[in-house]
Design a protein around this ligand. Structure first.
Ligand code: DGP
Length: 112
């Protein structure tokens, strides 16, 4: 499968890793939008949030369970912004489910 995040998860493309276990990987975004900007991905290929099912949702729960640890590793002391872009209309440019964990600046709402 020609998926850049699958290749990063497999170690075929280098990344600036901040957390990894058997199910998920967190690494610094190539194009950071905040002082802390990390992408958290499942290692298994899930295209987008529309493809989360009862069969694969445990890895999504695992991502959320690990967010406090990942934020701590990144030195986040206050809050953080968590973003998932689902589909091109929302700005998803990489078709492998990922969550943007961002911190270190103020964030507006609603997000533009
Ligand atoms: P999205 O637009 O929500 O699909 O976010 C994709 C993000 O992935 C975007 O912020 C840039 C980042 N990105 C794309 N390619 C790479 C890569 O090869 N390495 C890293 N670290 N980040 C990447």
């Amino acid at each position: 499968m020609d998926c850049i995040f699958c290749k990063i998860a497999a170690g075929e493309i280098p990344c600036n890793k901040v957390y990894e276990d058997d199910q998920i990987l967190a690494f610094k975004d190539l194009n950071p939008q905040a002082p802390v900007h990390v992408l958290v991905i499942p290692k298994q290929h899930i295209r987008w949030a529309y493809d989360i099912t009862p069969e694969n949702s445990a890895v999504v729960a695992h991502i959320f369970e690990k967010l406090p640890e990942i934020a701590k590793i990144c030195g986040v002391e206050g809050g953080f912004r968590l973003v998932n872009n689902c589909g091109e209309d929302a700005g998803q440019s990489v078709p492998h489910l990922h969550f943007h964990l961002m911190a270190g600046r103020e964030f507006g709402w609603p997000a533009g």
